[in-house]
Design a protein around this ligand. Structure first.
Ligand code: NAD
Ligand code: UFG
Length: 341
C-alpha cells in the first residue's frame, strides 16, 4: 500500500491517473479544492476501480491542510497536478495564476520538506519549449520564455524544482512535459469536463458535434504544414495516466531531476483531428476557416523515445481511439459530471 498524494486528483488528468494508480496497486490520497472539477468524479473512480479514493477537500496553498495530510498518511511522494490551466484567462488574471500555480507549489514544497517527503512528479507542459526551432521536440531542446502567465508559471516551477534538486540531491524530481492530452476513459464514465466555452480543440469539436455549439473555428490555414492548419501531438489521457504510473515505477526511487516528454511522437493537423471525430460520431461537423489565434505555433510534436527507453512507456492508443472515447463520454454525459452526487 503505497500512499501517493495527488494534488488536483479530481481534475481531468488527475482523475484518470488515480484510476490507473489504484489499478497498479497504489493508494492515492487526493487533495483538490474543486475549483475546476466536481466531486461526482469520485463516484466514477469508485465504480471503475472498486475502491473509494481518499479525498481531502482543500487548497495546496493552505499549509496546515498539507501538514495534516502528511501527518495522517504515510505519503511516499506527490504527483502534483493542481493548478489553473487556461492560457487566455492567465493573460487576464496573472496574479491569480502565479499565486495559485507558483505560490501553491512553494507551499507544497515547504510542507514536503518539513515532512521529509522527497519525491515529486510535476505536470509540466510542452509549452515550456515555446516555438521550437524544429520538430520533433526532444527534452534537450532549450526552454523558452512563455508569452502568457500560464506557460511562464510552468517554466518557473520547473526552475524552482531544479533549484531544489541542486541543494537537496536526495530528492527525486520528475518533470513530465505533456503534449496535447485528449480522450476519455473507454467506459464513457470519465472524461474532460470544461466549464464554459472550451479553449481546446477536441472539447470544442465534440460540443459542435452534439449540437451545443454552432461550428468550429479552425484557427489558421496558412501555417507551413501539409494542410495549412496547426499540427499537435495529441495523446490519449489513458496513455498519459499510464505514463505517470511508469514514472512512479521507474524514477520515484531515483534521486535527481528526470525530464520526459509524454506524447505519441507524431503530429496531426486540426483538419485530421476533425475527420477522426466525424468518423467517430458518424456525421459531418461544421467548421469555418478563421484567422490564426494569437500565440499559436505551427507545429508542436514530441520525440517520445526517452520515455520509451527509460520509463518503458509508449502511447498505445490511436487518434481514432481518442475520438471514439471522447465521443462516448460526450454523448453519455452531455452536460459533463452532475453537480450533485
Ligand atoms: P484540471 O483543471 O482538470 O485539473 C486541475 C485540478 O486542480 C482541478 O481539479 C482543480 O480543481 C485543482 N486545483 C486547482 N488549483 C488548486 C489549488 N490551489 N488547490 C487544490 N486544487 C486545485 O486540469 P488538467 O487538464 O487535469 O491538468 C492537470 C495539470 O496538467 C495542470 O497542472 C495543467 O497545467 C497540466 N497540463 C495540462 C494540459 C492539458 O492540456 N490538459 C497540458 C499540459 C499540462
Ligand atoms: N484550434 C482550433 N480551433 C479551436 C481550438 C483550437 O483551430 O477552437 C487549434 C489550435 O489553433 C491548435 C490546435 O487546434 O492548432 C490545438 O489547440 P488547443 O487549444 O487544443 O491546444 P494548444 O496546442 O494550443 O495548447 C495545449 C494546452 C496548453 C499547453 C499547450 C502546449 O491547452 O495548456 O498545449 O502543451 F500549454
Amino acid at each position: 500500500m503505497s500512499y501517493i498524494l495527488i494534488t488536483g486528483g479530481t481534475g481531468y488528468i488527475g482523475s484518470h491517473t488515480c484510476l490507473q494508480l489504484i489499478q497498479a496497486g497504489y493508494t492515492p490520497v487526493i487533495l483538490d479544492n474543486f475549483i475546476n472539477s466536481k466531486p461526482a468524479v469520485l463516484q466514477r473512480i469508485t465504480q471503475l476501480s472498486g475502491q473509494t479514493p481518499i479525498m481531502i477537500e482543500g487548497d495546496i496553498r493552505h499549509r496546515p491542510t498539507l501538514e495534516k495530510i502528511f501527518k495522517q498518511y504515510p505519503i511516499e511522494g506527490v504527483i502534483h497536478f493542481a493548478g489553473l490551466k487556461a492560457v487566455g484567462e492567465s493573460v487576464q488574471k496573472p496574479i491569480e495564476y502565479y499565486e495559485n500555480n507558483v505560490a501553491g507549489t512553494l507551499t507544497l514544497l515547504e510542507a514536503m520538506q518539513q515532512a521529509q517527503v522527497k519525491r515529486i512528479i510535476f505536470s509540466s507542459s510542452a509549452t515550456v519549449y515555446g516555438d521550437p526551432a524544429s520538430v520533433p521536440i526532444r527534452e534537450s531542446f532549450p526552454t523558452l520564455s512563455a508569452t502568457n502567465p500560464y506557460g511562464q508559471s510552468k517554466l518557473m516551477i520547473e526552475r524552482i524544482l531544479q533549484d531544489v534538486a541542486h541543494v537537496s540531491p536526495d530528492w527525486s524530481i520528475t518533470l513530465l512535459r505533456y503534449f496535447n492530452p485528449v480522450g476519455a476513459h473507454p467506459s464513457g464514465l470519465m472524461g474532460e469536463d470544461p466549464q464554459g466555452i472550451p479553449n481546446n480543440l477536441t472539447p470544442y469539436i465534440t460540443q459542435v458535434a452534439i449540437g451545443r455549439r454552432e461550428q468550429l473555428s479552425v484557427f489558421g490555414n496558412d501555417y507551413p504544414t501539409p494542410d495549412g492548419t496547426g499540427v499537435r501531438d495529441y495523446i490519449h489521457v489513458m496513455d498519459l495516466a499510464d505514463g505517470h504510473v511508469a514514472a512512479l515505477k521507474h524514477k520515484f526511487s531515483e534521486a535527481g531531476v528526470h525530464i520526459y516528454n509524454l506524447g505519441t511522437g507524431r503530429g496531426y493537423s486540426v483538419l485530421e483531428v476533425l475527420k477522426a471525430f466525424e468518423k467517430a460520431c458518424g456525421h459531418s461537423i461544421r467548421y469555418q476557416l478563421s484567422p490564426r489565434r494569437a500565440g499559436d505555433i505551427a507545429e508542436c510534436w514530441s520525440d517520445a523515445s526517452k520515455a520509451a527507453t527509460e520509463l518503458h512507456w509508449q502511447a498505445q492508443r490511436s487518434l481514432d481511439d481518442m475520438a471514439q472515447d471522447c465521443w462516448r463520454w460526450q454523448t453519455e454525459n452531455p452536460q459533463g459530471y452532475p453537480d450533485n452526487v
